[in-house]
Design a binder for this molecule. Structure first.
Ligand SMILES: C[S@@+](CC[C@H](N)C(=O)[O-])C[C@H]1O[C@@H](n2cnc3c(N)ncnc32)[C@H](O)[C@@H]1O
Length: 208
């Protein structure tokens, strides 16, 4: 791993993800989590202060050692046990059907194989469990999409693999979830980076 990815990128990620709009989405989404919860791509732990008392246990998973170190510092204030898992979302180190909820914020854009990760999320969720998500992705306007496609190769390089042009609702549905609630809107900021899909989904009963 080069110096940029190891030392600079984690700090830039933490700084960038502290923005006001992301915080607004976190404050609306994360308090809905309850029971035994897994957060995929927990990063520097910016969602931690928003989990409420309905959470019994949180697994915070991320492949970045540096980001998890930052997250560990925030876990002391949590009112429930937090277990950190240094792992990728594509292969979850958890038994099947053991979780009530999975949370993902600004992470499906970065996971190299998001369909595989969503399949894993489905595996570990109990029947009737919930996926809570807030993700940026493909915009509805052709003029914005052009820029998302143009910028994507450069953007991926400087952000550690983040993609601007994934159609998040379709990705979630195609991976065996039914979307129960969905809000799609531009957040404040540069349009190619700020079209947000937020809501919740449940694993299909048939598993397909
Ligand atoms: C833009 S950051 C978002 C961090 C955090 N979710 C937040 O809302 O602040 C993207 C995160 O995805 C994580 N990530 C990258 N590849 C991943 C993978 N294969 N599985 C799970 N997480 C991954 C990164 O380490 C990083 O923490």
């Amino acid at each position: 791993m080069n110096v940029y990815d190891r030392w600079i990128l984690p700090r830039l990620t933490d700084l960038a993800m502290r923005n006001k709009e992301a915080t607004r989405y976190r404050s609306q989404l994360v308090p809905k989590a309850s029971g035994t919860v897994l957060e995929i791509g927990a990063g520097s732990g910016l969602n931690l202060p928003f989990y409420g008392t309905a959470v019994d246990r949180l697994y915070a998973l991320d492949p970045s050692e540096e980001l998890l170190q930052m997250a560990r510092k925030k876990a002391g204030a949590a009112r429930f046990p937090v277990e950190f898992l240094m792992h990728t979302g594509e292969e979850l180190p958890l038994d099947g059907r053991c979780l009530d909820m999975v949370v993902t914020t600004w992470t499906l854009c970065t996971i190299p194989d998001p369909a595989k990760a969503l399949k894993e999320m489905r595996r570990v969720l109990k029947p009737g469990g919930t996926l809570l998500f807030a993700e940026h992705g493909l915009a509805p306007d052709a003029s914005v999409r052009v820029w998302q496609d143009r910028l994507n190769p450069f953007w991926r390089k400087v952000t550690g693999g983040c993609n601007l042009n994934r159609k998040m609702d379709q990705l979630i549905q195609d991976s065996g979830f039914t979307i129960v609630q969905l809000d799609k809107a531009y957040a404040k900021g540069l349009r190619p980076m700020s079209f947000i899909y937020s809501g919740c989904a449940q694993p299909n009963i048939s598993g397909s």
